[in-house]
Design a protein around this ligand. Structure first.
Ligand SMILES: [Zn+2]
Length: 236
């Protein structure tokens, strides 16, 4: 089961196959022309449809298949996380502790049955439209992969699950540094039409260090755009 996890190792393509610049030729232009063909990122290295793949895309157009999928779980600070993400998340939280940020997990793996209960209660109370606004339908939540976690910062409890989380020191640190641990902020500013979700600066998604670094390098803010996969709202 662990065999599909390439994680960070696959990130290290050999350096430039292209002839290196002369050691004295370090102008910006020279760097640009020699860095372009340096490496091709292999977008097919991992599946985007297998729920056990760290590159899986789950959104309102792409439910988890099978719908009742459950990942192999490892506990991180008492929360259930898909095993491949556990080590990197532990490292991220330890780094946040060292920075004095003390970020904490508020939610991690959520099963199909759990989401079914949450969503069903919301529909019963407020109707489907309102339920869709605040909750993923069962089978459509990235949390069911175990690769997504929601973090909160004890310094600003009022910003738990709120837009203002982005401006807390912890939120800013995540936006800047989460990629170093292989995580991305899945629902960034200005991406709702693509991802189907309003910005959630507290929602981290593990994709592995190689992809996180490539997204950053190419200034790509969504998995949908990077892999050319449809997103947006539910089809019905
Ligand atoms: Zn979340």
């Amino acid at each position: 089961m662990a065999a599909l996890i390439g994680t960070a190792c696959s990130a290290q393509d050999p350096p430039a196959a292209a002839p290196g610049p002369d050691p004295v030729d370090t102008t910006a232009a020279a760097v640009r022309t020699t860095s372009a063909p340096r490496h091709e990122f292999d977008r097919t290295a991992h599946s985007t449809t297998d729920p056990a793949s760290m590159w899986v895309i789950v959104n309102k157009s792409h439910p988890i298949h099978p719908l009742d999928y459950e990942p192999a779980i490892t506990l991180v600070r008492g929360y259930q996380v898909a095993t491949p993400a556990a080590g990197p998340l532990t490292a991220l939280l330890a780094a946040s502790d060292r920075q004095g940020l003390g970020l904490k997990i508020a939610s991690a793996f959520r099963s199909f049955g759990y989401q079914e209960g949450v969503y069903g209660d919301l529909v019963a109370a407020d109707g489907r439209e309102e339920a869709d606004r605040v909750s993923a339908r069962p089978g459509y939540s990235e949390h069911q992969t175990g690769l997504a976690v929601d973090l909160v910062t004890p310094a600003s409890p009022a910003c738990d699950f709120e837009a203002c989380f982005a401006s807390t020191p912890g939120g800013r640190w995540l936006a800047h540094d989460a990629w170093r641990f292989g995580f991305v902020l899945r629902y960034g500013p200005g991406t709702a039409a693509v991802t189907g979700y309003s910005p959630e600066p507290w929602h981290l998604r593990y994709v592995g260090r190689a992809l996180a670094a490539e997204l950053r390098r190419t200034h790509t803010t969504t998995l949908e755009e990077f892999f050319g996969v449809a997103g947006g709202d539910y089809r019905s």
